[in-house]
Write a protein that binds this ligand. Structure first.
Ligand code: NAD
Length: 511
């Protein structure tokens, strides 16, 4: 008789195996895994295949997590800064040891390029933690005197912080918040985006293994309205840091208003790339093509190209040379430049913007729709559904939807301004409700200084793009955000600043 066929291996309960990496699908609350009765399906943007059934948190899980963060707060706040910094470095070591796992899981979950996750993004996550650990130890303000009285400024940990993050760079954006919040002595409840829940769960394991005490770092999974809103409204929360869209920021601000909780908002953008005829136009074209990174799902992307009239044709020639060389396809492939967009619903939205612009008279110089080649391949390779062609639209009006609204896909517009008309260039550049960033290509230092001073933007790049030092303030003006993060500005947000004034006299005399 033939021996019985061995049963196929089964995954441990609450574990999804994503490209060989086991990921726990439950929340992480108070130093242990917590399941929910309900779950939701997390799908890969690569092919729409289900990756995991994730715990679907709601008001109860939110309350439990904030209570855990509240209970852990006094101990963590009292932990000496040097010890907090040591633990953050230990977490960073853990991230570095698991770069490969984090990179592949993030790529499967959000569709961004594996090579950039491996070489850039995940090492940067570790760097972010290290930076804020070191910065904590350097925090200082000179004492000063007022009529002989000594003023001493200190940064007191504020209390539990809720961090709500988007899907376009999940762990990277979370680490910009986790690093300073934990360094500052605040405890954390992270709510990652429902389209990309996985690396937050891996990070919880890493933080735990590095020795972070239970309750100091918590993760609640779930949808924004179900899990995010109760987190934002919880009376034990002392800070809310949110990166995402403008409408969600309004909802969070409304929920936070009841408790007067300070919020830091990093929101959307519609940033300009200003190209003057005196610029190195090859460099300007390189900068323009960079805006397709992450399939255009970058808040900082300079999606409105504004070119001085006389430079238009040469610039466009260089730009088209480059765009036609871009390879679109599987983000795990080293040769791929542009992967999929996040979700079929998101692609519909992106395509809606483009269709309406074309109906209104815009012309697609390149792209203008889904990548049908990849869509045709879809049956064979399971790729295709979520791939949108890198697109450039001309003949667009300043007050049109395509120029005014954030598309968050690989879609750029091109407008011109009259020769030498800096006022018009600035008017167009500043002419949306956003103010996140602006990029300027010019060969004239004086012009760069003049124009830069007039641009409404949290960051201005001159002849470069996406250079970001953590010591710099980062954030948006107008509808692009509230507050600045980075450097000591992050500590200012996650702490209650205190000034202690000591009189020269009144000391008890003890022998
Ligand atoms: P989103 O606002 O839809 O969601 C972001 C997060 O908020 C998710 O975790 C979501 O679950 C949660 N959320 C949704 N509704 C909520 C509610 N009512 N209460 C509490 N939480 C809620 O944004 P998105 O689509 O995930 O991300 C794209 C947006 O993020 C774009 O506008 C982009 O520009 C912006 N973004 C900004 C920056 C920046 O630094 N300025 C960086 C990346 C992305």
């Amino acid at each position: 008789m033939a021996p019985p066929t061995p049963a196929p291996p089964t995954n441990p309960p609450h574990t999804a195996v994503v490209a060989t990496v086991p990921v726990d699908t439950r929340h992480w609350i108070g130093g242990r895994r917590v399941a929910s009765v309900a779950t939701f399906t997390d799908r890969s943007p690569l092919d729409g295949a289900p990756l995991a059934e994730i715990a679907r948190g709601g008001a109860e899980e939110a309350r439990t997590a904030v209570a855990a963060a509240r209970d852990a707060f006094p101990g963590w706040a009292a932990t000496p800064p040097a010890e907090r910094a040591r633990l953050l470095h230990a977490v960073a070591d853990g991230v570095e040891a698991r770069v490969e796992d984090l990179a592949i899981v993030e790529t499967m979950d959000n569709g961004a390029l594996l090579r950039s996750h491996r070489r850039g993004v995940m090492p940067r996550v570790a760097h972010n933690l290290r930076y804020f650990a070191d910065r904590l130890l350097a925090l200082s303000h000179d004492d000063f005197d007022t009529r002989g009285h000594r003023n001493h400024v200190s940064w007191d940990p504020a209390g539990p912080a809720v961090l709500i993050t988007p899907w376009n760079a999940p762990l990277m954006l979370a680490s910009w918040k986790i690093g300073p919040a934990l360094a500052a002595g605040s405890t954390v409840v992270l709510k990652p985006a429902e389209w990309t829940p996985l690396t937050a769960s891996l990070f919880a394991d890493i933080a735990h293994e590095a020795g972070l005490p239970g309750g100091v770092f918590n993760v609640v999974q779930g949808y924004g309205a179900e899990a995010g809103t109760p987190l934002a409204a919880d009376p034990d929360v002392r800070r809310i840091s949110f990166t995402g869209s403008v409408p969600t920021a309004r909802r969070i601000a409304t929920a936070a208003a009841g408790n007067l909780v300070p919020c830091s908002f990093e929101l959307g953008g519609k940033s300009p790339l200003l190209v003057f005829a005196d610029a190195d136009l090859e460099l300007a074209a390189d900068l323009a093509v960079e805006q397709y990174d992450n399939a255009g799902q970058v808040c900082l992307a300079a999606t409105r190209i504004l070119v001085e009239e006389s430079a238009r044709e040469i610039f466009l020639g260089h730009f088209l040379d480059r765009v036609t060389k871009l390879t679109q396809g599987d983000p795990r492939d080293e040769a791929t430049d542009i992967g999929p967009n996040i979700h079929p619903r998101h692609i519909e939205r992106v395509d809606g913007f483009v269709r309406r612009a074309l109906d209104a008279g815009a012309k697609a110089v390149v792209g203008g729709g889904r990548n049908t080649e990849l869509a045709e391949l879809a049956e064979l390779t399971e790729l295709g559904g979520n791939y949108y062609l890198p697109t450039l639209l001309t003949d667009v009006q300043q007050d049109s939807e395509i120029v005014q609204e954030e598309v968050f896909g690989p879609v750029l517009t091109l407008q011109t301004f009259p020769e030498g008309d800096e006022d018009e260039a600035v008017r167009l550049a500043n002419g949306t409700r956003f103010g996140l960033a602006a990029t300027l290509a010019t060969g004239d230092r004086e012009r760069a200084r003049r124009i830069g001073a007039r641009l409404v933007a949290g960051t201005v790049w001159v002849n470069c793009f996406f250079v970001r030092d953590l010591s710099a303030p980062f954030g948006g003006s107008r509808a692009s955000g509230i507050g600045r993060e980075g450097g000591d500005w992050s500590f200012d947000f996650y702490c209650d600043l205190k000034n202690t004034v000591t009189a020269p006299k009144g000391w008890a005399r003890h022998g």
